[in-house]
Design a protein around this ligand. Structure first.
Ligand code: BGC
Length: 416
């Protein structure tokens, strides 16, 4: 279900009739977009709303992947003080919808024709029981590698297309005294790398069976052990200070030429762009070797918390601003993601953005589009967190690969 994208092209300038008037208040927006590139993208949204006379109360909660933001959200909701709008991912949205906490966005969606232009893969998380419960902002994907072009050239490295070519490039960089892999040792970052490594090791059927179907045999397989062995190779090729480092500081290591590669979702592109670098010239983006035909995606969405029984005019205006084709282009060009609508031109996007959009369409077409395990689009939070614990413990040397595989099977079983 989450693999089908619609291709319908239907774009009308929404009349905004039902929602144009009557908003005078502010929106309070809880999000985790605190890096330089993320903040630049968020500004596009803030300015859009300010242009409509809507004030913005910022509620940033730092922490890539959004775990800390979700903790703050739970506290706010428990205290009876939910923010107006909240950035969220995949299964977390469905969870809040099941609890009846979210405003019904159907009227807004109907007015702007969301059903015709939002990909099915996103609708699977934006709609609950046929009701729109969140406004999709973008489509990110996690199976990317980012590289400093000058570093590659100086070391005679071509873009690696297989795991073997990748390990050879890593050895070359190490021999040259350059940190081969920029990484931040945080559970969600370890898991983000694991998305790509698992896909590359076992292919799409393995990925789907392990992370989406949670098949114990596949979770406990030799292929899974091999994926953990590859993680151990990556661990050997990060610098000594990797532990706890924020993802954007790892990106900065590639930007500064201190490190060769970073495996990270395409929000990393926002950092390169924010530093004034050009895709395809100063930096390269490529799919993790062995995953050229696959896309492991995550889509940021804004859930609107139900505050007085129905969607407020401010919430409606925010949702409509997010889904407008102009915003979808302007925001995602800066953010590093692909648009959440299928009818947005790639004209304004740089080489990596164009590739993101083309890869997404191709992966969908060929049945190779899968939800990211690391970013809450493969399994509910309890299972995701159980996987994180095992992946991180292994990355930090607590488990060998054999033990990690056994722990993975048990942890996922307990979490369900
Ligand atoms: C979000 C991105 C964000 C990244 C790092 C991901 O979960 O989808 O929008 O940039 O985390 O903070």
């Amino acid at each position: 279900m989450i693999r089908i994208l619609t291709t319908t092209v239907a774009l009308t300038a929404a009349p905004f009739a039902a929602f144009a008037d009557g908003h005078s208040g502010d929106v309070e927006v809880l999000h985790w977009w605190t890096s330089g590139g993320e903040a630049a993208a968020l500004n596009v949204l803030k300015e859009d709303l300010e242009g409509q006379g809507i004030g913005w109360t910022d509620m940033p909660v730092a922490g890539g992947g959004g775990e800390q933001a979700m903790t703050v959200l739970r506290a706010r909701v428990t205290a009876g003080n939910a923010p107006t709008a909240v950035q969220a991912l995949g299964f977390d949205i469905l969870d809040w919808a099941d609890q009846g906490a979210l405003a019904d966005l159907n009227a807004v969606a109907a007015e702007q024709g969301w059903d015709d232009v939002v990909p099915e893969a996103l609708k699977a998380f934006a709609k609950s029981d046929g009701q729109w419960v969140s406004a999709p902002v973008n489509v990110h994907s996690t199976n990317w590698v980012w590289a400093n072009t000058a570093v590659l050239e100086e070391n005679g490295i071509e873009i690696p297309t297989t795991w073997e070519e990748f390990t050879a490039a890593v050895e070359t960089l190490k021999a040259a005294g350059i940190t081969p892999i920029a990484h931040g040792g945080q559970a969600w970052q370890d898991a983000t790398v694991f998305d790509a490594v698992a896909m590359s090791t076992g292919g799409p059927e393995f990925y789907e069976a392990a992370f989406i179907d949670l098949d114990p045999e596949v979770l406990g397989s030799d292929t899974m052990r091999e994926a953990f062995d590859r993680m151990a190779f990556i661990r050997e090729n990060v610098d000594d200070n990797f532990s706890g480092r924020d993802w954007n500081l790892a990106t900065a290591m590639v930007i500064n030429g201190e490190a060769g590669f970073q495996m990270m979702g395409d929000w990393a592109k926002g950092e390169f762009v924010n530093a004034g670098l050009t895709a395809g010239e100063d930096f390269a983006c490529f799919r993790f070797p062995g995953t050229q035909d696959q896309v492991t995606f995550n889509a940021d969405q804004f859930m609107m918390f139900d505050q007085d029984g129905e969607v407020s005019p401010e919430q409606a205006a925010l949702a409509m601003a997010i889904l407008s084709p102009e915003f979808q282009s302007a925001f995602n060009v800066v953010k590093g993601s692909a648009p959440a609508r299928t009818d947005v031109s790639d004209e304004a996007f740089d080489a990596c953005g164009k590739k993101a959009m083309a890869d997404l369409a191709a992966a969908n077409e060929s049945g190779n589009l899968f939800g990211s395990m690391a970013h809450g689009h493969a399994a509910p939070a309890a299972v995701k967190n159980a996987m994180f614990d095992v992946i991180t413990a292994h990355f930090n040397g607590e488990f060998d690969s054999e033990t990690a595989v056994e722990e993975m099977v048990t942890a996922v079983e307990i979490a369900q």
